[in-house]
Structures are given as C-alpha cells and as structure tokens.
Write a protein that binds this ligand. Structure first.
Ligand code: PHE
Length: 355
C-alpha cells in the first residue's frame, strides 16, 4: 500500500537521484536521507508501483526511517534506500534483472561511498553479488562470495528479542510460550519469526497474500487466516511482517491485540496513528527499533569484522533498546513512537557535532 501523507515538511534529504536505468529503462530512485552519522545504508527494494512517483514517495519515507533505525541501533551510519518502481504487471527475466541491477550499481557507484545498499523486499543476497559487479558498496552478498549472507534470519532474531522485551513490559513476563501471536506476512523474515515462535509452543495465527504459504502454517501448527482477519485477530501480540502502512485510523479501531511488534518498515500510515494506538492502550514497539537486526548483523560482520556470534549478541541488544524506549515513553506518558524519534534525533544531532 502506498502512503498518502504529505511528507515534504518533515523529511529533508541530502541527495535524491531518480533516473531511468540506462540499460533497463526502468525508473530507479536512490535516496540518501542523511550521512550525519556516517555512510547512509538501506536496502534495495524491487516492487510494483502504480506510478514511479509512488516509488519515489516510498524511497523518501523508507530512507528517512533508515536514518532513525541506524541511530537507534547505535550504528555509525545514516539512512538511505533504493527503490526500483516496476510498472504494474512487469515481470523481469534473468537478463532484464541483471541489466537493472547493473543500472542500480552504477547509480550507487556515482555516489562515491555516500550510500551502500543491501537486500530488501524483492531482492536477496545473489542480487547483491550482481550489484557488486558495479560498486563495492553492497552488504549481504552470499558468504562464499565474501558477504555476510542473507540478513533475514538476523532480522528475525532481533524481532524475537523485541517480542520478549515487549511481553515483559506489557504482561510482566518475557516468556513467549504463554502468549498468542498473529503474524501478518510470511516472507523471508516473517517465515523465520513463525518458525522460532512455533518452537516456543506459543499459539499462532498467520497469513500471507500468497496462498502458497499455507503449507508453512501447517508445518508449524499455526492457524491460517486471511490478511484482514489476521490483522484483527484476538491475540496478545500482532506481528506485522509484510509491507507498510497497516496501522491506520481505519484499522486501529478494529484491532483486538494488546501489543504490536514486527519487522515491517513504516507500519504507521502517519505519525499521528501512534496516538490512536496509545489511546486504545495498545503498546506499539517502534518498527525502527524492532527491525534493525539485519543492519546490525551485516555492519558488525562486514564493516567491523566481528564474528557472526558477536554480531548476534549485538542484535539481541535490541531488547534493551526497546525496554528503554518503552519505559521512557511510559514515564513521560508519551508514545513509544515519540520516544524513539526523540532519541534518534538527539543521536543524529549529537553525531553532527562530533569532529
Ligand atoms: N532490508 C534491510 C534494511 O533496510 C537492508 C539492509 C540489510 C541494508 C543489511 C544494509 C545492510 O534494514
């Protein structure tokens, strides 16, 4: 779903490059929101949009969120994002995909290190290898190709850490086995989350727009429902793990969960929707904190040469960051969204002052 909010006033980007790929002819947006804390990072999204301008809007919002995500994760990085806006119905064969990824690589190379990309919705580690034929500024190539590999399992580990922290704050115990969850979206990250949650014995309701994912539900003993029923399921915790903007003034009144935490980016259609959740006493864990596992692991391994085990310990630190934000919000009777934004802003401002 494409957000309709007016973003221009709150998002000022350092650099936004929009180009028709020289080989592919496809509209490509590379948005560098901020390099105040260091090189901007953010995935390459390959998705269908009704119009390329919708892809541009998405890139602006997603890259701004990446700046906050990096700041809250304590990384010396800023936020960026690449969006390839595929026209409706357009399917890429292997050769067209390769041409497109080379176009993306050239655009990133022209930014001279201001931005590095990684996998995102619609792209994976192998695509990073192709982009890397044009620029060294990529993360998450497959391990044999010299990268840190698929980031989705690390993002899922971060989500699980966040769910424990959230349960502890909301229900007084971090024990997941006693809780019920509705996982909306069984893509790469959502699939890992369901697998790990199923292992705890928690009660699970799941859905995906792709009916083919029903087998996964069966494998893990989860109840399969339609996406709208999953969103409003009577569970303890909703886990948004698909595309953004699921929390809106229309959907919030229909929710029956007590808390929300998931890896989907930009879950709120607009910042004010956080207030609606707060009024309904639904505790929302900000997506910019919950979804940081992928970037934390990839940067720890690829930039700072840590082992994957050390990096995983860092990913688990998401629990402490979230606990802190939820408590700060509780003490100030503000929303977790406002507390997270405030903290990110402070870090970014502080970073700017450093020599
Ligand atoms: N999808 C990841 C994100 O946007 C992309 C990413 C992973 C970017 C690892 C850089 C490194 O958070």
């Amino acid at each position: 779903m494409v957000p309709t909010t007016d973003i221009a006033s709150e998002l000022i980007h350092e650099r936004v490059v929009m180009q028709q790929g020289t080989r592919s002819g496809l509209p490509i947006v590379v948005a560098v929101h901020s390099t105040a804390l260091g090189q901007a990072i953010g995935g390459c999204r390959l998705a269908h949009y009704p119009d390329w301008r919708d892809g541009l809007t998405d890139a602006l919002r997603l890259s701004a969120a990446m700046s906050d995500k990096c700041a809250l994760a304590g990384l010396p990085n800023g936020g960026g994002k690449t969006v390839v806006a595929l026209p409706p119905g357009r399917v890429l064969d292997a050769a067209a995909r390769r041409s497109l990824l080379h176009d993306v690589g050239d655009m990133i190379a022209a930014l001279d290190g201001a931005y590095a990309t990684g996998p995102d919705v619609g792209t994976g580690p192998d695509d990073m290898t192709t982009i890397a034929e044009r620029t060294s500024h990529t993360f998450c190539r497959p391990v044999p190709a010299g990268g840190s590999g698929d980031s989705s399992q690390h993002t899922a580990v971060g989500v699980l850490a966040a769910l424990q922290a959230l349960c502890s704050e909301r229900f007084g115990s971090a024990e997941l086995s006693r809780r019920s969850f509705a996982v909306l979206g069984l893509g790469r990250v959502g699939g890992h989350v369901v697998r790990i949650l199923a292992g705890t014995g928690a009660r699970l309701v799941v859905s995906d727009v792709d009916e083919g994912k029903r087998a996964l539900a069966d494998r893990y003993g989860a109840t399969w429902t339609s996406p709208p029923d999953c969103l409003t399921a009577d569970v303890d915790i909703l886990v948004p793990a698909a595309l953004g903007s699921v929390l809106t003034p229309q959907s919030v009144p229909t929710l029956r969960c007590a808390a929300i935490a998931g890896p989907a980016n930009n879950q709120l259609d607009a910042p004010t929707t956080a207030d609606l959740l707060h009024q309904r006493d639904i505790l929302w864990a900000p997506d910019i904190v919950v979804s940081a596992g992928g970037i934390i692991h990839a940067t720890a391994v690829e930039l700072h040469h840590e082992t994957s085990t050390q990096a995983t310990t860092r990913v688990r630190g998401i629990a402490d960051t979230l606990t802190d934000i939820l408590r700060t919000a509780g003490a100030a009777t503000s929303t977790p969204a406002a507390a997270a934004r405030h903290r990110a802003e402070q870090r970014i401002r502080h970073g700017r002052l450093l020599p």
